[in-house]
Design a protein around this ligand. Structure first.
Ligand SMILES: *Cc1c(COP(=O)(O)O)cnc(C)c1O
Length: 428
């Protein structure tokens, strides 16, 4: 349902039409206050580690850093971003006053080291979360005696799509749970100390499935023994995308992990740091993709609204059949009025899959929206996670601009690419 107040035509209190006028479209706008609030929602956890792959703009990293949130990096590029946003490469030595082990400001999590990431990890002394046993030997050669975390595949997974399921035999992620004893042996031979255990079974999972992970971590912790000082619940916290969806019970989820942590502390006789590693949860709801309507037409019985953003700008619908709420804002900046009518919303790409209103499997659906004409704006909401970061230059379209809205002010945090950016590095 369309609200009639100004909020329906704004992002973080700034009118959509003003953002479009200042920065052009398509445009990603992030509401800083929502990101801060989501960070604070998770204050019960010892460590909130942002899976930056969800939204890695430097301004967003800087914002979560100011909230005391640390980061995960999955590539040399993400390590570079974290450092550029002001994160220290590694923990200060020694334990905190609370007896907890030091927190690693940046952790590299992956199933491989490509040569760039191994070089970046070694040169900055970044802590590594290993998803394959081969990484242990490669790391030991470059960082003898390092402490490491093992990412475990517990043998089951869950996700909003098969593509976001990251556990079980069908997933490439992590070290197979049954192999942990021999991998621990291999770490010892390599001279590495296993200080952390991590599991991440999928994105957009329901909490009942995520909760099973705590039991698996506890069982494997017994094999690791007293060198264990940190456990990570991974990410995957769901966010509401559809109007009928609500926020999950995070309090209950924390309690369950906290109880697991306390049993491990009793067993080992020392404190255990408890981490959570959300991506989507921190930024999804804060982000809106502002587009302009460039054409409307009919194809037989179907009405189409075509905007200036496509799956080059927001790939989730074409990749996963994901649903994004859509608002219509009139060209004059007011929320659109008028009887909703069913429309298919698509983009500019030369590809029939370039449709925002589709379900998994590519089935085109329509959405009841107030009438929109050329020059009006369509705002795709809950687009702050896996939005800009998955944008591409397909069809030689520039990457869109990114803007941070904070306290009624707005500023450009990434300029739209230019035509010259598109051909940089190429030669005839
Ligand atoms: C992607 C990812 C996350 C974050 O997943 P969300 O569903 O966005 O919370 C956390 N940890 C790891 C290792 C990941 O790959």
């Amino acid at each position: 349902m369309q609200e009639t107040d100004g909020a329906a035509a704004a992002v973080g209190g700034v009118p959509v039409a003003e953002l479009a006028r200042c920065y052009g479209t398509p445009l990603y706008a992030y509401d800083a206050e929502i990101i801060r609030q989501r960070c604070r929602d998770l204050a019960a956890w010892d460590t909130v580690r942002f899976a930056q792959k969800a939204c890695s703009n430097l301004a967003v990293l800087n914002l979560v850093r100011q909230e005391g949130v640390v980061v995960d990096a999955v590539s040399a590029g993400e390590i570079h971003r974290a450092l550029a946003a002001g994160y220290m490469p590694h923990a200060a030595p020694g334990n905190g006053e609370d007896g907890l082990p030091p927190v690693h400001p940046i952790v590299y999590t992956a199933d491989i080291f490509d040569r760039d990431s191994l070089a970046a990890v070694a040169s900055h002394g970044i802590h590594v979360n290993c998803g394959s046993a081969d990484m242990l030997d490669q790391l030991a050669e470059r960082m003898p005696g390092a402490a490491v975390t093992l990412r475990v595949n517990p043998g089951f997974g869950h996700g909003h799509s098969q593509k976001t399921n990251t556990g079980g035999e069908g997933s490439k992620h992590g070290i197979w749970h049954e192999d942990i004893p021999q991998v621990l042996q291999r770490a010892e031979w390599a001279g590495l100390m296993v200080s952390g255990l991590h599991m991440h079974i999928g994105s957009g999972s329901d909490l009942a499935h995520l909760a099973e992970v705590a039991g698996a971590v506890e069982r494997i912790a017994a094999d690791v023994g007293r060198s264990l000082t940190t456990i990570s619940a991974g990410g995957g916290l769901p966010v509401p995308y559809r109007p009928d969806e609500t926020h999950a019970d995070l309090g209950g989820y924390f309690q369950l992990w906290d109880a697991t942590r306390k049993r491990l502390e009793d067993r080992f006789g020392h404190r255990i740091r408890l981490e959570i590693e959300p991506g989507r949860y921190l930024t999804a709801e804060a982000g809106s993709l502002v587009t302009e309507v460039r054409a409307t037409k009919r194809m037989g019985s179907k009405r189409y609204v075509l905007v200036d953003a496509g799956f080059n700008t927001l790939a989730r619908p074409v990749l996963y059949g994901s649903y994004h709420p859509i608002r219509v804002v009139a060209a004059d900046g007011r929320p659109a009025a008028g009887e909703p009518q069913a429309v298919v919303v698509g983009g500019p790409l030369c590809e029939s899959g370039d449709i925002f209103t589709q379900e998994e499997g590519g089935f085109v659906t329509s959405r009841p929206l107030p009438p929109a004409a050329v020059g009006d704006f369509l705002v795709l909401d809950v687009a702050g996670a896996y939005g800009f970061v998955m944008a591409s230059n397909y069809n030689s379209k520039p990457l869109p601009a990114e803007v941070l809205v904070d306290g009624g002010q707005h500023r450009l945090v990434r300029a739209r690419q230019t035509s010259d950016d598109l051909i940089r590095g190429e030669t005839v």
